[in-house]
Design a protein around this ligand. Structure first.
Ligand SMILES: Cc1cc2nc3c(=O)[nH]c(=O)nc-3n(C[C@H](O)[C@H](O)[C@H](O)COP(=O)(O)OP(=O)(O)OC[C@H]3O[C@@H](n4cnc5c(N)ncnc54)[C@H](O)[C@@H]3O)c2cc1C
Length: 301
């Protein structure tokens, strides 16, 4: 029986673990992966985390994990299938059996949807990005493309237009899904060109992105656009499927919890990318981990 179980060993889970163990809680971190770091592991370079400019994602993950190991945080490897609320006791059901705790922090993060086109995997981190806030600064003064037509894609295009020489917004339909206010802002920016009814079929380049091939689904013709960066904004899926019906979520599956990380179920807290919030970054995930432990301590008292 633990005081606290933390599900996920990404930045949010590891941040929580460090605060929890230093607060004297009997805790463990459960992750389905043997390597900690979550999405940071898939990041080529992180340049916006305080004190660690330009660090590679794998080095950062290693340093986060080393910190937790140094403080003696115990890790369990298992896939969490569900969590059950039995009043003061919470049961975490996994493919390796059940674990009991007085409180649980859910920190299972999110998965960025991929386009699934040739060149995407090969050039990920070499011009292909899933996060304009994270990587936009690497493309200052360059030409880039944003793929998508929802709020995130349009926000990314507006953000990048402030840094880049030119931004193509490639959308497979003839109308954007983004909010009208965002679309107005988009139209006011002279260096954004919308490429309508178009699907990216290939990302080209040897070591770095050089161009994308775009297929127009109306004219049935393809052409290429010279770009140095491709920002893919076709959706993010929070890893919350196993908590559906257990804690309250929004329509996209993000868990409803404010800055205290408190969910609709007493003793269950949500930290990091799974929480409904404005900015999903490493620094905000780590901060959530600390806030969640603070709330756990109040709850346990
Ligand atoms: C390509 C890319 C580049 C990025 N670049 C940056 C950047 O430069 N700067 C920045 O600040 N942010 C960046 N981000 C965003 C940042 O990585 C995330 O905001 C951050 O990792 C979220 O942390 P988290 O702990 O909430 O979730 P995650 O990092 O997603 O970690 C979740 C953990 O939970 C585990 N898990 C999931 N489901 C289960 C389950 N059922 N059972 C057990 N374990 C489970 C996973 O294995 C994983 O270890 C980037 C994201 C991506 C995808």
């Amino acid at each position: 029986m633990y005081d606290l179980l933390i599900i996920g060993s990404g930045p949010a889970g590891l941040g929580a673990a460090i605060y929890g163990v230093r607060a004297g809680l009997n805790l463990a971190v459960i992750d389905r992966s043997p390597i900690s770091g979550g999405q940071v592991l898939t990041t080529y370079e992180v340049d916006n985390y305080l004190g660690l400019p330009g660090i590679s994602g794998s080095d950062m993950s290693e340093r986060f994990r080393e910190h937790a190991d140094k403080l003696g945080v115990p890790f369990l490897m298992a896939e969490v299938e569900s969590v059950e609320d039995c009043g003061e006791k919470k049961l975490v059901h996994t493919d390796e059996g059940d674990y009991e705790a007085n409180a649980v922090i859910l920190a299972t993060g999110a998965t960025h949807a991929m386009l699934g086109v040739e060149g995407e995997m090969k050039l990920a981190g070499m011009g292909v990005s899933y996060c304009a806030t994270c990587d936009g600064a690497f493309f200052r003064g360059r030409t880039v493309a944003v793929i998508g037509g929802g709020d995130v894609a349009v926000e990314d295009a507006i953000f990048l237009a402030g840094l880049c020489k030119k931004v193509y917004l490639v959308h497979r339909r003839e109308a954007l899904r983004a909010a009208e206010s965002l679309q107005r802002k988009l139209r006011s920016m002279a260096n954004i060109e919308i490429v309508w009814n178009s699907e990216v079929t290939q990302i080209q380049g040897e070591d770095m992105v050089e161009a994308i091939v775009v297929y127009n689904n109306q004219t049935k013709e393809s052409h290429s656009l010279d770009v140095m960066g491709v920002f893919i904004a076709v959706g993010v899926i929070p890893n919350t499927e196993m908590f559906k019906g257990f804690v309250n979520m929004d329509e996209k599956g993000y868990i409803l919890a404010d800055e205290t990380c408190t969910t609709s179920v007493p003793g269950i807290f949500a930290a990091g990318d799974i929480r409904k919030k404005a900015l999903r970054q490493i620094i905000t995930a780590v901060a959530d981990g600390a806030n969640a432990v603070n709330s756990v301590q109040s709850y346990l008292i």
